[in-house]
Design a protein around this ligand. Sequence first.
Ligand code: NAP
Length: 321
Amino acid sequence: MPETHDVVIIGSGPAGLTAAIYTARAALSPLVLEGEPSSTSDQPGGQLMLTTEVENFPGFPEGVMGPALMSDFRTQAVRFGARLETVKASRVDLSERPFRVWVGDPEAAEPTYLAQSLIVATGAKALMLDLPNEQRLIGHGVSTCATCDGFFFREQDIAVVGGGDSALEEANFLTRFARSVTIIHRRDELRASKIMQDRAFANPKINFLWNSQVLDIVGDEKVEKVVVLNTKTDEKSEIALSGVFVAIGHRPNTDLFEGQLDMKDNGYLVTQAPSSRTSVEGVFACGDVQDDVYRQAITSAGSGCTAALDAERWLEAQGGH
Ligand code: NAP
């Protein structure tokens, strides 16, 4: 027989674990399916597990390492009675309540868990270039977040890869710190909006490398240079720099909910702001899986709190508590 829980939380980044802390303190004994450490990018704990120093999370005047911060989130959730399982949800059925959640074989007749309410905190992934050294150098010069890491590149020469609004916004922001920012784009035309383009073209610290594909990011301990191919001339060149910001888009982790929860065109879950309610009553979403704008650990944690309070009140209204 599947176990029944008042609250099942899928995901264990700042959103999922904040929801766990709040629902645990409300005596709802949440079950957190925290994911599996199957590869570096899929470690439980979300995107902060891939960062080094976090300096903008309030309460840590000296900064904190991303994995250490997530370990503290986890300890705090467990202290109040959250149960964390290091597994991935393989299938959910939200067509009736209690909701059905599978772990392991998605074809199994019986679900693994039944959930009176569900909090979706499955996050998003920054798209990467899939280069040999890229993962290894994350946090050592390779970054996917200018807001988080720009500060570390004062007076340095760095690059941003991509040609969309994110790339240009990051590049503009990074010129506050860096000596120069080279935007490396694979075509000779930007995808970004006109206003962002105008701003970037007018910024004397920004220069462009067109028709250019990054073949490798080189460095032992930290980024030292990139190898770039000019796709028009087939010429390879090396550029010395200390930082590479990859800004080629994000993908929300919403495959599980395809056809079951309303999503925007870009795949992010729709929530009924200012609440965390999704299109299915009793299912709440928080963190990056429903946020294609702010994407910060602190906004994610804040929305995890919102989802916990929404779930708690909703369960109470159902007469469960
Ligand atoms: P995006 O619009 O999808 O742009 C991604 C960029 O990365 C494109 O220029 C693309 O090149 C390039 N790219 C994709 N895969 C690549 C690869 N493997 N190697 C090299 N380059 C690659 O993504 P985004 O910039 O993150 O923006 C997402 C959405 O958020 C957009 O709707 C955007 O308007 C919005 N946004 C708005 C603002 C703002 O208004 N301030 C800020 C950020 C984001 P191609 O152009 O050749 O395809």
